[in-house]
Design a protein around this ligand. Structure first.
Ligand SMILES: Nc1nc2c(c(=O)[nH]1)N[C@H]1C(S)=C(S)[C@@H](COP(=O)(O)O)O[C@H]1N2
Ligand SMILES: [Mo]
Length: 252
């Protein structure tokens, strides 16, 4: 009989903690969270080190069934093209009026071939559909079905170079945030262009948003514009999300 061993994150954490047996938190020092030097962010450091040490690298978050799908509020920026106040938002408005036919995702930085992807090009890459729970830092959760392409396929297609360490995403409404390669290459980290079997609605980040399922909702950037692969920690500086007082690493 064939047995399939399903490793849940909860089991992984328990088993991993037991196995880690105390202080062997990180296998390599370079895996310390990039914010570790900041006193105010010591909490991130502990969570990051513990997660990275005890979770199997590719452990999946729970996936649900269609019966579990809930209503889903749209939060933060919900209509970037309306009353556009920056050149990027104006550009978004023009793209929206053209039904995103001219929308392109730029993939730059430490790649062999810096290039752009149209929506059609992303849709030609292998797709993944997942029904997952979104957890917002404000305290609500919601379940939806997301369809898109694994970020890893896109990074592959651009030829990510060995020096790559972080993936920094930029959005039309001016958000910048980054994830490390463990999250970037995780099979459930996708560039989503579909939600609940329809095109990703604009309020939810259309035409394309990130889904970083192992972290809180604010890491799942909407209205993607540009992805930059870098070799050093980059949290977006003054424009980065962590300026809100949010943790850079927010694994759940
Ligand atoms: N570009 C961009 N991405 C964003 C936001 C935003 O305002 N702009 N809000 C974040 C927050 S706090 C959450 S909870 C989710 C909300 O996604 P939703 O509107 O699909 O619910 O998107 C995240 N990504
Ligand atoms: Mo959020």
């Amino acid at each position: 009989m064939k047995t399939t061993r399903l490793i849940t994150r909860r089991n992984a954490i328990v088993t991993g903690l037991a196995a880690a047996g105390g202080f062997a938190l990180t296998r390599n020092w370079h895996e310390l969270p990039p914010t570790y030097g900041n006193l105010l962010r010591m909490g991130d450091a502990v969570t990051y080190a513990a997660h990275r040490a005890v979770l199997p690298r590719q452990s999946l978050v729970r996936e649900y069934t269609r019966a579990d799908i809930t209503s889903f509020p749209a939060i933060g920026t919900t209509n970037p093209g309306k009353g556009a106040q920056t050149p990027l938002l104006e550009a978004y408005g023009r793209l929206q009026r053209g039904a995103f036919a001219d929308w392109r995702l730029s993939v730059e930085g430490l790649v062999a071939t810096p290039r752009t992807f149209s929506l059609a090009e992303l849709q030609q890459l292998p797709s993944r559909t997942q029904i997952t729970r979104h957890t917002c830092e404000e305290g609500w959760t919601a379940i939806a079905e997301w369809t898109g392409v694994a970020l890893s396929h896109v990074l592959d297609a651009a030829g990510m170079l060995p020096a790559a360490r972080f993936v920094v995403s930029h959005t039309y409404d001016g958000w910048i945030d980054s994830i490390d390669l463990l999250d970037a290459l995780h099979p459930q980290t996708i560039l989503a262009y579909g939600m609940n079997q329809r095109d990703l609605p604009i309020p939810h980040g259309g035409p394309v948003r990130l889904r970083v399922e192992r972290q809180l909702g604010y890491k799942s950037l909407k209205f993607l514009h540009r992805i930059v692969i870098v070799d050093k920690f980059d949290d977006g500086g003054k424009s980065g999300n962590i300026q809100n007082g949010w943790a850079w690493y927010t694994g759940i």
